[in-house]
Design a protein around this ligand. Structure first.
Ligand code: ZN
Length: 63
């Protein structure tokens, strides 16, 4: 599947956020804020899937 520049930037933006949150969770293992980071990372992943699907539906360049 061919994807456009916009698709890549949406994906990499989310992935960067997820990486930051996971890194935080790892450094602060067992703490409340680590737990929050893990939860946020999981919901970000869902948001990413939704955003990318929405993009694919509309984008003339992807597919
Ligand atoms: Zn696209």
């Amino acid at each position: 599947m061919k994807t456009c520049h916009r698709f890549t930037s949406i994906k990499s933006g989310f992935e960067q956020d997820v990486r930051v949150l996971r890194g935080h969770a790892k450094r602060h293992q067992g703490s409340a804020s680590a737990k929050t980071s893990t939860t946020t990372a999981a919901s970000l992943k869902r948001n990413m899937a939704r955003a990318l699907n929405r993009h694919l539906e509309r984008c003339p360049e992807c597919g």
